[in-house]
Write a protein that binds this ligand. Structure first.
Ligand code: PLP
Length: 382
């Protein structure tokens, strides 16, 4: 069944599966234990850290392996709550993932200031400049790529501006990694990511610290991860995460322009076959794999169910928001009303998605549009 929900999670890549199995077979000892076999695991863990750090362009010591982006986000804000001047505010974009937004609200409370965004949800750099000129901030927070719309933030420009003012910048790169090159993330102070979004296993991820964050600690416990996070290291998971990132970074699959062309052709042809369908944030720079569609009629869960019957898995939006009451905060921040948000369907492709899959999805959408068509709406027959 063609899978178009990669922003929720990706299938495990064969190289990641092999790396995981090799590690559980050959390197299952606790890397902190005092005998030779354990020391070998420690050496393999250190070399995995070095290679992963090379992809991010940072020092290995700045990398904390953890359970994923949610843990990382919670830890960053808890640290900021402890380590920053309580009179200073933290500027955050309103379209962040819930793991960033909710963690920020809990730890920062009234210290949060909302960054101004365009109708596509892109942070306005001139407004950020004004804010940075007006007050000293404890931090700035924006994601690299949005999970619901695929919209890219100008995170590199934001990083430069923050660096110039000495303001810490935290960027959630969960949807960026594996889809676009990782190397420039070294420009960012605090970065989080999750392996399962780029072909690795679930429950493993990382937090990149800025230089000088020696006092940072996440989970309390043993002295693992250079004393930044307690808990026995998940070497098989880390090893599989590294294999998945290496596959993306070394094969540079994200540089194959045809992937973007397939998405664009799908959007264009869908518009011709379903009058009234709107591509959310159409003109913004977006990930090559993601399309958020505002359907002309009928609630999104009915589109999703019909498309599944036709053999295609798509989503109503963020998997984290599924089952949640109320419309998506991302779409609301972009000016969509609650009724429109309930008509939004998210399509997110992966590396294994072919042109034929995109064409098949197009035909399935056109067929479902006829099935769901309200009496008064005219749909062009395929
Ligand atoms: N950030 C973004 C942009 C995401 O899309 C997700 C997952 O959907 C997360 C953070 C949280 O990742 P995890 O559930 O692996 O902690």
């Amino acid at each position: 069944m063609p899978y178009f929900d990669h922003n929720a999670t990706t299938p495990l890549l064969p190289v990641a599966r092999e790396a995981w199995l090799r590690a559980v077979d050959e390197a299952w000892q606790n890397p902190s234990s005092p005998y030779r076999e354990a020391a070998r695991v420690r050496i393999r863990l250190d070399s995995a850290r070095e290679r992963f750090a090379q992809f991010l362009g940072c020092k290995p010591k700045l990398l904390v392996f953890n359970s994923g982006a949610t843990e990382g986000a919670n830890d960053v804000f808890r640290h900021w709550a402890r380590a920053t001047d309580p009179s200073l505010r933290v500027a955050i974009s309103p379209t962040e993932h819930p793991c960033v937004l909710e963690a920020a609200k809990e730890s920062m409370g009234a210290r949060l200031a909302w960054l101004e965004t365009t109708a596509a949800g892109v942070v306005k750099l001139d407004a950020l400049d004004r804010l940075l000129g007006q007050e000293t901030l404890a931090g700035v927070v924006t994601m690299a790529a949005n999970n619901e719309t695929g919209v890219l933030q100008p995170w590199s420009e934001i990083a430069q501006r923050c660096r110039a003012r000495g303001v810490p910048f935290f960027c959630d790169a969960t949807q960026w990694l594996g889809k676009l090159p990782a190397s420039r993330l070294s420009e960012v102070d605090w970065v989080i990511g999750s392996a399962h979004k780029f072909g690795g296993p679930k429950g493993v991820g990382f937090l990149k610290l800025p230089a000088g964050a020696e006092g940072f600690h996440g989970l309390r416990g043993g002295e693992q991860e250079h004393a930044h996070r307690g808990g026995t290291e998940n070497f098989p998971g880390i090893s599989a995460m590294l294999a998945a990132l290496a596959e993306a970074e070394e094969k540079k699959v994200f540089l194959e322009m045809q992937r973007l062309a397939w998405r664009e052709a799908f959007e264009r042809d869908l518009g011709a076959r379903i009058p009234g369908v709107v591509v959310v944030a159409k003109t913004a720079e977006r990930l090559w794999n993601t399309v958020s569609l505002l359907m002309p009629h009928t609630e999104n869960h009915r589109w999703v169910a019909r498309l599944e019957k036709s053999g295609f898995q798509v989503s109503t939006g963020s998997a984290c928001a599924t089952g949640k009451n109320g419309p998506s905060h991302v779409l609301a921040a972009m000016g969509l009303d609650a009724i429109e948000a309930k008509r939004t369907v998210r399509v997110s492709a992966g590396w294994e998605t072919t042109e034929e899959d995109w064409r098949g999805l197009l035909d399935a959408f056109a067929k479902v549009a006829i099935e769901l068509q309200p009496a008064a709406t005219q749909v062009i027959q395929p």
